[in-house]
Design a binder for this molecule. Structure first.
Ligand code: ZN
Length: 322
């Protein structure tokens, strides 16, 4: 199977009550860990590249690595997606350079400017067989070069979604219902504490999701910033020389619930970073004599694979759906 767009994936995910995982890729080990998990579980998968990843690894390296993963996993559909494109030129460069899907994020712009920019990207992308994700509403948090304070964030306004989708022609829409980018999604003050003293974040706004779903029947919705920041990994990091106090994420049950609804794509990045970092930190503490990068990148890659396996089965529900 060659690289595919997300059109078929989303159609099946919508009717099947599950979501496809979109995982950020920055290097070979991450691409291998994700696609090995998806390949073994026969799950469709979206590999996404941010502007920061492209600056880090170079467009050509990432595209060729993803092509290798596609060749090695002929049984599963794989899409290559630009995460948070912020200009027409960046989207065009990815469309021309082999991506099958792009996001144009005009969510920080005034509504009409968001529409005009998104429309322009959609016209170019559709002419080239590429699909487009737009965004309405602004997530808080930090992800690579996207940095939005809690005060500047805003929930998606359901009354805007039909107009936005009709006038732009986007193929999917990212909405803001309380997820957030990064490993520090909420301050302690925004959370409550459970009996064990663990931080509990404010619940996702399912009322907004339901209203969007009602207004756009059958239309695929996307959730960004959907890591759960599993505390056992934060603990391993902190026990092995790391310092990540009060890192907190979105509970997995809430994401599973969203996946049963109109949400067809869920972006997970921080949890993969945490898994790899926890594993490598522990490895260094247990093997202070190791200096061959393969000695710690191999278990690091296994940690990515284990985390993705868990997400595909328990959060997204897309195992066996290839
Ligand atoms: Zn995002």
């Amino acid at each position: 199977m060659a690289l595919v767009t997300t059109t078929e994936m989303f159609k099946k995910a919508y009717s099947g009550g599950y979501a496809v995982g979109a995982f950020n890729v920055n290097n070979m080990e991450i691409i291998q860990g994700i696609t090995e998990a998806a390949g073994e579980l026969k799950a469709p998968v979206i590999l996404q590249v941010s502007k920061g990843a492209r600056a880090y690894a170079n467009h050509n390296y990432l595209v060729k690595l993803v092509q290798a993963a596609v060749e090695l996993n002929p049984d599963i559909p794989i899409a290559l997606h630009l995460d948070h494109g912020d200009t027409f030129e960046l989207c065009k460069s990815c469309i021309d350079g082999g991506f099958s899907s792009v996001m144009i994020d005009g969510s920080s712009k005034p509504y009409e400017e968001n529409i005009a920019l998104t429309r322009k990207v959609v016209e170019y992308a559709h002419d080239h067989g590429v699909v487009v994700e737009g965004e309405l509403g602004t997530l808080a948090g930090i992800e690579d070069e996207v940095n939005v304070s809690a005060e500047d964030s805003s929930y998606t306004r359901p009354e805007e979604v039909e107009d936005f989708v009709t006038r732009t022609g986007v193929d999917s829409l990212a909405i803001a219902i309380g997820t957030s980018h990064g490993a520090y999604k909420f301050t302690a003050a925004q959370c409550t504490r459970d009996a064990d003293g663990k931080l509990v974040p404010p619940p996702l706004r399912f009322d907004i999701l339901r209203e969007v779903e009602k207004r756009l029947p059958g239309f695929p919705i996307v959730l960004h910033g959907s890591s759960s920041v599993p505390q056992e990994f934060v603990k391993i990091i902190n026990e092995n020389g790391g310092k990540m106090p009060d890192a907190v994420g979105i509970p997995e049950e809430q994401l599973r619930e969203a996946a049963r609804m109109a949400v067809c794509k869920i972006n997970i990045d921080s949890d993969l970073r945490l898994a790899m970092t926890a594993c490598i930190r522990k490895h260094f503490c247990e093997h202070p004599d190791h200096f061959d990068p393969r000695q710690y990148l191999k278990p690091g890659r296994e940690a990515i694979k284990a985390m993705v396996t868990h997400k595909l089965i328990n959060v997204l529900g897309c195992n066996g759906k290839a």
